[in-house]
Design a protein around this ligand. Structure first.
Ligand SMILES: Cc1cc2nc3c(=O)[nH]c(=O)nc-3n(C[C@H](O)[C@H](O)[C@H](O)COP(=O)(O)OP(=O)(O)OC[C@H]3O[C@@H](n4cnc5c(N)ncnc54)[C@H](O)[C@@H]3O)c2cc1C
Ligand code: HEM
Length: 409
């Protein structure tokens, strides 16, 4: 929603301005309490929320931050462009999870009750009305965007985003990474997508219930199958092994079916017609691989720079595809960074191979390039800071975060 288009009523704006500091200070306590209340009243919603994000607090933080930031925006802060990006990201994520308009009533009821519980007597009827207005302005904007996304994706009358897909091939890319190739179980053609888009995958858990995770489509749009490439999240210290990635690695084989959403995601990893810089690290290579295959099939003369960082050549998934892509894309140049140079660093790929972590100052930057980043958040901050230092406009830098939230300015 853009400033000047829909505004908070004057009386609510004054109340929100006065109470924003208190809500801000207790934002995470409010959303944590909200989730406890909501899941108690609606345990079925545990099936759509990510249990690990709840355990680590990442999702409560994302929701709290967005409601508070939206209130700030309504009373005059924040720029419209950042809001456009935030709303678009949330709507795409919600659509990939099949969130419905009815569920907004449930969330709104429990969120506002949690505000009352945490802030106590400070929440007068006037304060409750003002925050209710903030919530519903935001909710209506998201509901409208999600409705449009469902229509564009051809979601049927029943409103379900889930469709069964059959796994036709599992490719063990590295010790910790497997690719799954999938076709619609009903025999129809796979819908096309834009590189950078992802699907939600829903899996059933042993003890009952399901969990949903997103995976970027990592193959060529328009191919006869979809491909996702999944890194197994191993247990470390106190952190348990990843629920869904472990299940996909250990249990799913060719012939099995998975429930997938249509492709969603606001990020376009191929940019416009000009030069393209793709910078990835680890499993963040998936949107870049889709972009490269797309260009190899459609725009072979594009000037493309791929910069990829990984622990080692052996850990670098789908590295073996790069020589063929380089042949198909004569204007592709590749710069690789491996922390461990010992294994398998040389093959028929003509690439600049460096030892150590990425030195962002050495990333080649074609003039006027569109840029796509994907990898761990600290890596993306570091690369983006260097690109901004080199006078790249923020608008040209797209990125995917493989978790909740976005990069801060
Ligand atoms: C848009 C998007 C695209 C993505 N694309 C890809 C892709 O192409 N390929 C890919 O591999 N992944 C991708 N991801 C990431 C993917 O969705 C999953 O997040 C990832 O597979 C991990 O899921 P999991 O269920 O295995 O781990 P989870 O069970 O969700 O665990 C995640 C982390 O939380 C930790 N954790 C859980 N519980 C606790 C606890 N109680 N205390 C401390 N730590 C805890 C775990 O140890 C683990 O490190 C993408 C994510 C998004 C949002
Ligand atoms: C105004 C209301 C809402 C706001 C502001 C909001 C905000 C957010 C934000 C910021 C994210 C993280 C997006 C990302 O960066 O990936 C998110 C994810 C999510 N939202 Fe909402 N949301 C709202 C309503 C709802 C409703 C009604 C539901 C359904 C019950 C819902 C379910 C989810 C789920 C399941 C996720 C993903 C959780 C995860 O991966 O941990 N949200 N939402």
């Amino acid at each position: 929603m853009l400033k000047g288009v829909v505004l908070l009523s004057q009386s609510s704006a004054a109340v929100v301005t006065a109470t924003l500091p208190a809500v801000q200070a207790h934002g995470e306590a409010i959303t944590s309490r909200f989730y406890q209340r909501m899941f108690k009243a609606h345990p079925e919603l545990l099936n759509i929320f990510n249990k690990s994000h709840q355990a680590t607090g990442e999702q409560p933080a994302a929701l709290a931050a967005s409601v508070v930031a939206y209130a700030e925006h309504l009373i005059g802060g924040g720029d419209d462009r950042s809001w456009e990006l935030i709303l678009s990201r949330i709507a795409h994520k919600h659509a990939s999870l099949g969130i419905t308009a009815t569920q907004y009533t449930i969330v709104g009821r429990h969120l506002l009750a949690a505000v009352g519980e945490v802030l106590g007597e400070a929440v007068t009827a006037e304060v409750a009305t003002a925050w209710d207005e903030v919530y519903w302005l935001l909710a209506c904007e998201l509901i409208a965007r999600e409705a449009r996304l469902y229509t564009q994706a051809g979601v049927g009358e029943d409103g379900s985003v889930w469709r069964h897909w059959q796994v036709v091939e599992c490719i063990q890319e590295t010790a910790d990474v497997v690719s799954f190739r999938l076709v619609p179980a009903d025999g129809g053609p796979p819908p096309t997508f834009t590189p950078g888009q992802y699907v939600s995958v829903a899996v059933d858990l042993d003890g009952g219930g399901q969990q949903i995770r997103q995976y970027s489509l990592s193959g060529q749009p328009g191919a006869t199958y979809w491909q996702i490439t999944v890194k197994r999240v191993r247990a470390t210290g106190d952190a348990p092994a990843g629920v869904v990635s472990t299940l996909l690695h250990e249990r799913v084989t060719a012939g099995d079916t998975l429930r997938l959403s249509p492709p969603f995601g606001e990020v376009n990893a191929v940019g416009d017609a000009g030069p393209l810089l793709l910078v990835s690290a680890g499993i963040g290579l998936t949107p870049a691989m889709s972009a490269l295959h797309h260009l190899a099939a459609t725009e072979t003369d594009r000037e493309v720079v791929l910069v990829h960082a990984d622990r080692s050549a052996a850990a670098h998934a789908r590295r073996h595809e790069l020589p063929d892509l380089a042949e198909q894309l004569p204007n592709l140049s590749v710069q690789l960074w491996y922390e461990d140079p010992a294994e398998g660093a040389s093959d028929r790929l003509k690439a600049e191979v460096n030892v150590g972590r990425v030195d962002p100052s050495r990333i080649p930057l074609p003039a006027g390039a569109d840029i796509h980043l994907c990898g761990p958040v600290p890596f993306m901050y570091q690369v983006r800071a260097e690109l901004l230092r080199r006078d790249v406009s923020k608008d040209r830098i797209g990125y995917d975060v493989f978790g909740p939230g976005m990069l801060r300015d």
